[in-house]
Ligand binder design. Structure first.
Ligand SMILES: *[C@@H]1O[C@H](CO)[C@@H](O)[C@H](O)[C@H]1NC(C)=O
Ligand SMILES: *[C@@H]1O[C@H](CO)[C@@H](O)[C@H](O)[C@H]1NC(C)=O
Ligand SMILES: *[C@@H]1O[C@H](CO)[C@@H](O)[C@H](O)[C@H]1NC(C)=O
Ligand SMILES: *[C@@H]1O[C@H](CO)[C@@H](O)[C@H](O)[C@H]1NC(C)=O
Ligand SMILES: *[C@@H]1O[C@H](CO)[C@@H](O)[C@H](O)[C@H]1NC(C)=O
Length: 336
């Protein structure tokens, strides 16, 4: 299943130019804007260098991409932790899971706690976690041959697929009923989970889901407060809200995970040291993300020069060593 995912990614890579990881978090909204800017600049440079060394090898490019997302997440944890519950960080993590086949939980600050300070209007992390669970449950569902009849087994595999698609969509509609489903990736999920209709014909899943109960096939409730598995044409009305952050960038003024913590992906462990709050301009005015005025940012940059250089240096080192193990893991999956 995983190698199938990789092949799909490689096909996508072959078709389009490699999209560099990007984050829509603006430095002005960060606890330490200058450190964040140098951190993301450094991540981009390291990643470009990594990809240049790949000489067109697609597995290699995938590995560099994985490392680049990890670097961006480190930048957020280090100097933009006050945005760790934002929609933009949720979107960065979602893209990481989409683009990097070796991505695994746990991810720092993700998913956000309910009603987190300056959190996203929709807890996209919770939604994505349900979607990832649905994928795992599908994999165990199709390999669970408890019943013996061949006909029953083939029908069951169809049911496993219908439950997977339904679980992901239901998680979106139940977790964030007010949000426009497309903003949570509903269309992307419908297309990729059904492999554009080639593997699962979602439109015919209604009668399948009448005959099979997803919980009996090993599927957990799609959301923490609802166990409904919606069928095609049975969904509640689409939400109408777009995504927005519920609080100002100043809502969090101390790093929620403490000033030093570690996290791991594949065989790489990162130790992140959070910058202290530095953007006094934003903190004082408290008007939110858009208020990082030039003066405030410049002032912070001067004050934080030494420590932001240190942060950038350690990031540079970690990025260049990091992508090797990532590539090794990818190569192993590919061969398996
Ligand atoms: C950033 O914004 C652009 C334009 O809206 C969007 O296409 C892209 O997916 C976003 N990326 C992330 C990681 O949020
Ligand atoms: C279950 O059945 C499928 C299809 O017949 C087969 O490919 C798979 O290996 C079986 N799994 C186990 C654990 O027996
Ligand atoms: C589930 O929780 C979400 C987010 O708190 C809420 O908007 C939604 O209405 C709840 N759904 C149900 C069925 O209680
Ligand atoms: C509701 O959202 C889904 C997923 O984006 C979309 O396919 C569908 O057309 C929308 N329905 C309406 C009535 O807009
Ligand atoms: C396997 O399928 C049986 C019958 O459908 C179900 O009771 C059981 O919970 C499933 N096992 C797992 C591990 O999902």
């Amino acid at each position: 299943m995983l190698s199938g995912t990789i092949l799909l990614l490689l096909t996508a890579l072959g078709a389009a130019n490699i999209a560099f990881a990007q984050t829509n978090i603006t430095a002005n909204a960060c606890a330490d804007p200058s450190a964040f800017t140098s951190c993301t600049t450094q991540a981009l440079t390291a990643s470009t260098g990594c990809m240049n060394l790949c000489a067109g090898n697609k597995i290699c490019v995938l590995g560099c991409g994985c490392a680049m997302y990890q670097s961006y997440m480190n930048c957020v944890a280090e100097s933009c932790w006050n945005q760790a519950y934002s929609c933009e960080y949720d979107e960065l993590v979602a893209e990481y899971f989409l683009e990097c086949p070796t991505a695994t939980e746990p991810i720092p600050y993700w998913p956000a706690p309910d009603n987190a300070p300056a959190g996203c209007s929709c807890n996209l992390g919770k939604v994505l976690q349900s979607v990832l669970n649905a994928q795992k449950e599908y994999n165990s569902c199709i390999t669970n041959n408890t019943s013996t009849s061949v006909i029953e087994l083939s029908n069951k595999d169809t049911a496993c697929g219908c439950c997977e698609v339904s679980a992901g969509l239901s998680a979106m509609y139940e977790t964030c009923p007010d949000t426009i489903p497309a903003k949570m990736g509903a269309d992307l999920w419908l297309n990729t989970a059904t492999l554009y209709g080639a593997v699962i014909d979602w439109d015919t899943c209604g009668s399948v889901l009448d005959n099979y109960k997803c919980p009996n096939l090993g599927f957990a409730p799609p959301s923490s407060n609802s166990s409904t598995f919606y069928k095609p044409n049975s969904f509640p009305a689409n939400g109408t809200q777009t995504l927005y952050n519920t609080g100002a960038a100043t809502a969090l003024t101390a790093p929620p995970s403490g000033s030093v913590f570690s996290w791991s992906q594949s065989s790489v462990t990162y130790t992140v040291t959070a910058s202290p709050w530095k953007n006094n301009e934003v903190k004082a005015t408290g008007t939110g993300e858009s208020d990082g005025s030039g003066t405030g940012t410049a002032g912070a940059a001067g004050a934080s020069k030494t420590s932001s250089t240190g942060a950038a240096t350690s990031l540079k080192q970690s990025v260049s060593v990091v992508w090797l193990p990532v590539l090794t893991v990818l190569a192993k999956i590919m061969i398996a």
